[in-house]
Write a new protein. Structure first.
Length: 363
């Protein structure tokens, strides 16, 4: 855990952040284009020959990538853009022996290497390494796959991002979690993406905004822990509420934990409940519009409706309503910036520090 910065006298970032188009563009290039993004789980590509096209940060980066499993059972993450004239290669999920661009018939192996190109018989110095599909950096934490749109200038290495989650939840059998399409949905929030994250990063609003959720958690025992590129809010279950049955190998063995709320910089939330995992990915669309993806993995369906992890849709709508109000508020000529509640808003301050670290223009 990081030594926490003293925030007793500190101020939040300037409201200018939520209004300034230049800062939005800087955040896109300096942060999102260099960040690790959750893309899917490895269960999606079980058999060799499977290929899954994905658009990284649809609506912001719009980077077309392609996950493949080759005949040697190796996973690859490739650019989904043909090296000839730039057509998108795989248009949908498919099962194939090799990849073929339907514009002029160029072929690639499932590891991205160039295979053939009709019409290029007379080309000289051809093919060369630039005819292979570029590899997109990707990595795995347990069953979860992450990719990065930057090959040379990533914010940090993936293991640094997931370090505490990995240590803390090493006992959790993620391989037994099942993807659940019914708990998977998209929300459109009329606010800046960072306001949505800031709201997530403090439990102080729970008694005010989520009266039902407040009864499931013992809010006086609420705590947040700060790590280098992530932070964790620990939700202690109130008595008689569902909590994890933590094994001896867990550092939290003996505690009544109802939820682990991990924030992974800059925009991902991994929420672990006794029923399973809810991943939220916050995708900026514009300065004032954000898409939030909810992706669910079920471990024990019988606990779905119990404790702090129940009624996620209702909690989400309660959060959206308040965050959309804040979006209107931060545009006021009278609002400049605020202060941090020292006991509650360490996570918000940590988020702001990271934003400023990568975009020094933020005040
Ligand atoms: S763009 Fe793919 S073969 Fe021409
Ligand atoms: Fe909330």
């Amino acid at each position: 855990m990081l030594e926490q910065k003293d925030i007793r006298g500190a101020y939040t970032i300037s409201a200018d952040f939520y209004r300034n188009e230049k800062l939005f563009a800087l955040v896109k290039e300096n942060i999102f284009a260099r960040s690790w993004q959750f893309i899917t789980d490895n269960g999606r590509l079980k058999a060799p020959g499977h290929a899954v096209p994905i658009t990284m940060l649809d609506g912001l980066l719009n980077e077309p990538i392609l996950l493949t499993r080759d005949s040697d059972d190796q996973l690859h993450c490739l650019s989904n853009v043909c090296t000839h004239r730039g057509n998108i290669i795989a248009e949908g999920e498919c099962h194939v022996g090799s990849l073929r661009c339907r514009y002029h018939g160029r072929r690639f192996e499932l590891d991205g290497s160039f295979a053939s190109a009709p019409g290029f018989e007379d080309a000289i110095n051809f093919p060369s390494s630039t005819d292979n599909l570029p590899c997109v950096p990707f990595g795995q934490w347990k069953t979860m796959l992450f990719a990065n749109a930057s090959t040379t200038n990533q914010l940090f290495a993936l293991p640094e991002l997931v370090a505490d989650m990995d240590h803390r939840l090493s006992w959790l059998p993620l391989e037994n979690f099942l993807f659940d399409s019914t708990g998977t949905r998209e929300y459109l929030v009329k606010s800046n993406w960072a306001l949505y994250c800031e709201n997530y990063l403090e439990g102080m609003h729970i008694p005010y905004v989520h009266p039902d959720l407040a009864t499931a958690l013992d809010i006086k025992d609420y705590r947040s822990e700060i790590y280098k590129y992530s932070n964790l809010q620990v939700g202690i279950a109130s008595s008689a509420q569902e909590c994890f049955d933590l094994p001896k190998s867990s550092p939290d063995h003996g505690q009544r934990i109802g939820g682990y709320y991990y924030f992974l910089f800059p925009n991902m939330m991994f929420n672990f409940y006794p029923w399973g995992l809810s991943i939220n990915v916050v995708q900026p669309l514009s300065q004032e519009l954000t898409k939030v993806l909810f992706i669910s993995y079920v471990w024990d369906a019988s606990k779905r409706a119990l404790g702090a992890g129940a009624a996620l849709d209702r909690v989400e709508r309660e959060d959206e309503e308040i965050v959309e109000k804040v979006q209107k508020g931060v545009k006021s000529r009278f609002y400049k910036r605020g202060r941090y509640a020292p006991r509650w808003e360490k996570g918000v301050s940590h988020f702001h520090e990271l934003l400023k670290q990568y975009v020094p223009e933020i005040e």
